[in-house]
Design a protein around this ligand. Structure first.
Ligand SMILES: Cc1cc2nc3c(=O)[nH]c(=O)nc-3n(C[C@H](O)[C@H](O)[C@H](O)COP(=O)(O)OP(=O)(O)OC[C@H]3O[C@@H](n4cnc5c(N)ncnc54)[C@H](O)[C@@H]3O)c2cc1C
Length: 390
């Protein structure tokens, strides 16, 4: 059993000032009322284009974001690498829906692939597929594909081509690329594209990684479909597991449009589905590569145990653990010290662009009261330990 409570290991990268900032931040976002008010005020300030950097940069941004640009992140990437924790640099600008935003996201992802190529400290690149298409075209394509007009159809074809071009670039530069999963409504179309990309580019090893949100009832079956498909067509699926970040939206949409809720009925069944996925992939690891994105203690313990039980090397390059930058450092740093492969998802973007991401993190930490309470307890323990010199 791995002990995730050694705070000296967990916070070895953090200065006292970092820890005090984190303590203040997690204490503040524990209150749903404060988070709601801050969210409302931020949305208004964004609309009015008021400068927010002075308030956000030394607080939320410092805790959860790597910097404004790839180059800004390098300092943190190198520090993490000193502790054998690798990075995934995630361009997290949100809110753009026009072609120029799409082009910007595409070009930035190309740059991030170049940036990662040959770097020992960056384990994967990543992008959000919905950033690669004008939103209204994706909505229409998902709802009623035959109703697309010629221009929309051309934009949809461009979307596919952009994704293939990113995967091809990653393939040529030998960089693994994670394709995030988002809302259920769009995922079906995206799944088909990612499957095609995996068939094309994952012949010798997994370059393209499909994300499976295990809060969905159908994802274990989908995992088995990918396994069978890969054996037939001869490729290695890259599997990124997460539980899924859009539960409330999904439940509300299913209710509103009167279709069966695609999400597991409760946390226990989501947990079971996640852990079952881990067992299946490790059992068949010769046919897969695995990226496990979770802050859940049991799932991280389980994966570590499965690796050991199967007699795999702890740093088998086919298996990575991952957590978000600024969260669950106790898990990341402990696993890395135990010799497992670990990476942090590090978002980067200018302050105004990354705010929706930051507000989601604040909300997520508010709703996961267990998580925030745990972070606070650990930070306090480490500040006490440093003060008393024990
Ligand atoms: C490295 C990394 C990459 C990520 N990439 C993505 C991504 O591409 N797409 C994405 O959607 N999310 C992504 N996430 C977020 C992820 O999906 C989770 O929202 C988040 O990590 C919390 O889940 P957990 O396993 O860490 O923790 P836990 O606290 O164990 O689980 C919380 C999660 O359990 C599920 N859950 C909670 N209550 C219920 C309930 N009543 N019924 C059913 N299920 C429930 C929800 O999915 C909730 O988010 C990523 C997370 C990480 C760490």
């Amino acid at each position: 059993m791995i002990d995730f409570n050694n705070t000296e290991v967990a916070f070895s990268m953090k200065s006292n000032a970092d820890l005090r900032n984190a303590y203040l931040l997690f204490s503040t976002i524990q209150s749903p009322a404060i988070v709601r008010t801050a969210k409302g005020a931020t949305m208004i300030a964004l609309k009015l284009q008021l400068p927010l950097a002075w308030a956000v940069k030394p607080t939320l941004y410092r805790q959860f974001v790597g910097g404004e640009t790839l180059e800004d992140c390098l300092r943190n990437v190198n520090i993490l690498n000193n502790y054998n924790v690798k990075s995934v640099l995630d361009y997290s600008a949100e809110g753009g829906t026009e072609l120029e935003d799409v082009q910007k996201a595409y070009e930035e992802t190309i740059r991030s692939i170049e940036f990662a190529a040959g770097s020992q400290a960056i384990a994967y690149t990543v992008f959000k597929p919905t950033a690669m298409i004008i939103n209204r075209v994706l909505v229409k394509a998902s709802e009623n594909f035959p109703s697309l007009g010629d221009i929309e159809k051309a934009e949809y074809d461009n979307f596919r081509e952009r994704i293939f071009a990113l995967c091809e670039k990653a393939y040529k530069r030998n960089v693994r690329i994670l394709i995030d999963a988002e809302h259920f409504a769009y995922q079906e179309l995206i799944d088909r594209i990612v499957e095609e990309a995996m068939r094309r580019f994952n012949k010798e090893r997994a370059i393209v990684f499909q994300t499976l949100q295990m809060y969905r009832k159908d994802r274990l079956e989908y995992l088995k479909f990918l396994h069978n498909d890969s054996l037939k067509v001869n490729y290695i699926p890259g599997i990124k597991f997460v539980r899924g970040a859009y539960m409330e939206d999904e439940r509300a949409r299913a209710y509103e449009l009167s279709y069966i809720d695609p999400i597991h009925p409760n946390k226990e069944s989501t947990d079971q589905s996640y852990n079952e996925g881990l067992r299946y992939v490790v059992e068949n690891i010769d046919n897969f590569e695995l990226f496990s994105g979770t802050h859940n203690y049991e799932s991280n313990q389980l994966l570590a145990q499965l690796i050991d039980e199967k007699g795999l090397k702890r740093d088998d390059k086919r298996i990575f653990f991952s957590q978000l930058y600024g969260m669950s450092d106790n898990i990341s740093f402990t696993l890395a010290r135990e010799g497992f492969n670990v990476c942090k998802y590090i978002p980067y973007a200018p302050v105004n662009k990354v705010l929706p991401y930051l507000l989601r993190r604040a909300e997520e930490n508010t709703s996961m009261s267990g998580q925030t309470g745990r972070e606070l307890q650990l930070i306090k323990a480490e500040l006490d330990r440093r003060r008393t010199g024990k």
